[in-house]
Design a binder for this molecule. Structure first.
Ligand code: PHB
Length: 246
């Protein structure tokens, strides 16, 4: 019962924000009658809400309970003032991401009206190898995660995405040495991502902070500001000055 309710909730996404019962049944593989009954319960709890046309969408109550005690909250609260300052200077996309298993999960994103195309969404995921934030998090992930990703399918978003495990392994070593990842055209040919690690108290990498800029915008010039911002976020979380490492 609980598993089925979770299946229903997990079907919703940016391309499917509102769904009817039969569409939910098709997408979850559950019977229409089962979906209908569970949707009724979930609407009752406020975890789903009904549109005027009877389609259902994620309820505000679900957002409320998930946000209130979210594990991402301390990181997000420490990061936002620093991200806003960086955004005021860079005026492109600034994003904060963590590793969730073998994927990068974007917690926050600040954008500008005329900023370059950006595929990342808040609460959206990408494979670890394909973006600058993902590469930073992969470079600092436990060895077994790195080996699993390097030994798995490395999908290409564009002809520039690095899909050769040997080349990716070398990039990860460079990222650990240089303290940043730069991905030109990996996700979309028109955009370059640059990201740096964010270290938490004691020094472990807890997140990646990145910008997405047009290819000709001199992505490297942003790196010093990105580093200073990442150190600020770490300090706000309790990183001590002697643990500061880029
Ligand atoms: C990146 O972090 O490298 C990145 C992410 C999203 C994009 C482009 C680049 O759309």
């Amino acid at each position: 019962m609980l598993g089925r309710a979770v299946r229903i909730i997990e079907v919703f996404g940016p391309d499917a924000p509102a769904l009817g019962v039969s569409e939910l049944a098709r997408r979850t593989g559950l019977h229409v009658a089962t979906v209908s009954r569970l949707v009724e319960h979930l609407v009752g709890y406020g975890w789903l809400q009904r549109d005027a046309d009877r389609k259902v969408r994620i309820g505000m109550r679900l957002w409320e309970v998930a946000s209130r005690a979210s594990p991402a909250l301390p990181l997000r609260e420490a990061a936002m003032p620093f991200m806003e300052d960086l955004h005021a200077v860079v005026r492109q996309h600034i994003q904060l991401a963590v590793r969730e298993g073998d994927e990068v999960l974007f917690l926050e994103r600040l954008s500008a009206r005329r900023a370059v195309i950006n595929l990342t969404r808040i609460a959206g995921r990408l494979p670890l190898h394909a973006s600058s934030s993902g590469e930073v998090l992969l470079a600092h992930a436990p060895a077994e995660v790195q080996e699993r990703v390097l030994g798995g399918v490395l999908s290409a978003f564009t002809p520039y995405t690095v899909t050769d495990p040997k080349a990716l392994r070398a990039r990860l070593a460079d990222i650990r040495r240089d303290g940043f990842a730069l991905c030109a055209g990996f996700i979309d040919e028109r955009a370059t991502g640059v990201a740096v690690p964010v270290r938490g108290p004691g020094g472990p990498v807890v997140a990646a902070l990145g910008v997405v800029v047009p290819n000709d915008a001199g992505a490297r010039t942003v790196i010093p500001a990105l580093r200073a911002t990442a150190l600020g976020i770490g300090r706000a979380m309790g990183l001590s000055p002697d643990e500061n490492r880029v």
